[in-house]
Design a protein around this ligand. Structure first.
Ligand code: MG
Ligand code: MG
Length: 262
């Protein structure tokens, strides 16, 4: 989601990273529960209800609900999770009228507050049996996330992460979205630095210990351009082709990148 707040980089202490891991773990459990209920015939309002119940059970609160719209006069985000089906990339609104069909894919994005800290993660889930090309789209998108995170090391720059995602995706024949980016995260959902899914190695901001970053490759089968629907939230591919989205929050450490949303 886009931020209306002023951004800055906030480095986290070891203790703060551990709190973020607790928030991240809750998000992972919520997503896992939603995944287990995703099947043909289920509507997206039901998946939202499952996420709401799960957050409550973990004594966490939602981040997305009430998130202000960038466009003046449009309502804030009304739900706990975003549910984006097939050619919908991100920020789809759960609804009783959206019933999943065999062969669909659905991206679920969830943010949780726990003890003042945020976990942010997303997965794209197959609904029943999907085609071979669709399966490859999911696999490439998820793997590009791990390729990007692997560059999240001390001494590297944000551009190393961006370039790793872009190279992995484009060399496999898909495209990366330009309009929405990964971001720093902590007590606020959007902090600096922004981490695009495209860029040049060695460019951008130098990574520092204690940075927490939500990296979120958005990958299209066709062209990278997107459009915003009239509801002011749902982002779709401009060419109507399929797309996928995976996201983890990770911390930059002395050693290997530390994924917090597992
Ligand atoms: Mg997210
Ligand atoms: Mg995010």
């Amino acid at each position: 989601m886009l931020s209306t707040q002023k951004r800055r980089i906030v480095l986290k202490s070891k203790e703060e990273i551990e709190l973020m891991r607790q928030a991240g773990k809750i998000v992972a459990q919520v997503l896992d529960e939603v995944r287990r209920h995703t099947r043909p015939g289920v509507n997206t309002a039901r998946l939202n209800q499952i996420a709401e119940d799960a957050l409550k059970r973990h004594h966490a609160t939602p981040v997305f609900k009430g998130y202000p719209n960038q466009r003046q006069g449009l309502p804030p985000f009304p739900a706990i999770i975003t549910t984006s089906i097939n050619n919908e990339l991100v920020h789809g609104i759960p609804s009783k009228d959206r019933v999943l069909q065999e062969g669909d894919i659905i991206s679920i994005d969830c943010g949780a507050y726990y003890k003042g800290w945020i976990g942010d993660s997303a997965i794209t889930i197959p609904v029943g049996k999907i085609s071979e090309e669709t399966r490859r789209l999911l696999e490439v998108t998820e793997q590009s996330l791990y390729q990007g995170i692997a560059q999240g090391k001390l001494g590297n720059h944000t551009g190393d992460i961006s370039a790793a995602v872009q190279d992995y995706v484009e060399s496999r024949g898909f495209s990366v979205v330009r309009e929405y980016t990964g971001h720093g995260v902590g007590r606020r959902m959007h902090e600096d630095p922004q981490v695009p899914n495209y860029g040049e190695a060695g460019k951008g901001i130098r990574l520092k210990k204690g940075m927490a970053i939500a990296l979120e490759p958005m990958v299209n089968v066709g062209q990278w351009q997107t459009e915003l629907l009239d509801d002011g939230w749902t982002v779709v591919t401009a060419d109507g082709k399929l797309c996928a989205h995976f996201e983890h929050t990770f911390a930059v450490t002395d050693g290997e990148p530390d994924i917090l949303t597992l």
